[in-house]
Design a protein around this ligand. Structure first.
Ligand code: FES
Length: 66
């Protein structure tokens, strides 16, 4: 899914930036350029960062026992 149309950056690339340590929309912008032009994609970038952190914190739910 294309997130930043100005720079043709998709959600996978943004997730990769977050995996590599980008913690805010600003840091994603520095890492891959997404959000550095018109800025209309910044809320979507914020959302992807939030989702990423949510999925990280839910990791403990999947136990091997049972
Ligand atoms: S759509 Fe991302 S900066 Fe314009």
């Amino acid at each position: 899914m294309l997130v930043c149309h100005c720079h043709a950056v998709n959600d996978r690339t943004i997730r990769q930036c977050v995996n590599n340590g980008a913690r805010s929309e600003h840091e994603v912008r520095e890492a891959c350029g997404a959000g550095s032009s018109c800025g209309s994609c910044r809320p979507a970038i914020d959302r992807l960062i939030e989702l990423h952190h949510d999925s990280q914190s839910g990791i403990n739910d999947s136990g091997a026992q049972g």
